[in-house]
Design a protein around this ligand. Sequence first.
Ligand SMILES: [Mn+2]
Length: 283
Amino acid sequence: MQQIRDKIPRPPTAKRSTLLSRLLARSSATTAERPLLEGRPPRLPDGVRVYAIGDIHGRHDLLERIELAVVEDLSRSSRLVRPVLVYLGDYVDRGIAGRQVLEHLARNEILEGIPRVLLRGNHDLWFREFLRGEPIGESWLQYGGEATLLSYGVPLDPKLSLGQRLGRAAEILAERVPATHLALLDGLEVAFALGDYFFCHAGIRPGIPLARQSENDLLWIREPFLSWSGDHEKIVVHGHTIAEQPQLRRNRIGIDTGAYSTGVLTCLVLEGTDIRFLRTVPD
Ligand SMILES: [Mn+2]
């Protein structure tokens, strides 16, 4: 587990705060919908505040906004908190700025100095496999890979057969993806646990201990996880499955609000037993 340091970013300017208030919405969980662990509210260690950010999918614009919202949120704190950032994965595909999102995460300028965990999503894995020359091109394209190719300026040549097109695109892409992006993709974690919470991209396989979950399930699972009503060892915080609103269930919190098409990127804020949300407001 990463070491947590005391470091608070500088407060945002007044002008930025005014702008942000128009671009953001805040809400808190009501008592009725709170998750429970063994009948009690789940909690984080004292003084720690987690900001967990859902599926970004090439929306660099929204990533910047939500990170500025985190800066502003931290500047409102009256007491010292130790912030931890958790990105839930799916940085590329579907949205048009996959390259810019990876570059942004690699540079890490807005939230520099705050401990962070970058989790791997199934799309990040797909992109890495395509870069390695693995034969996954067709399904990757079908689920939004072309947007990522275009973000690196790699065209799909319509004069070639699909196989040739993909082969050629993979070659050009390999020349254009910087080493910093590859290092970022290769360094992604599959899960992270803190206090009563467990963070992963998609979810877990019910009935199997958290320590023994497979990467395949952590990155891809939907059912039986989504409709499972029993307790897990911890409250699972995840993205991957889109819903209009954050999904607050007894045993999980889902925060993929489909940013690439809705313009709503959600950030879950956990502190003590508090649960609240920051989210971007569509233009
Ligand atoms: Mn996703």
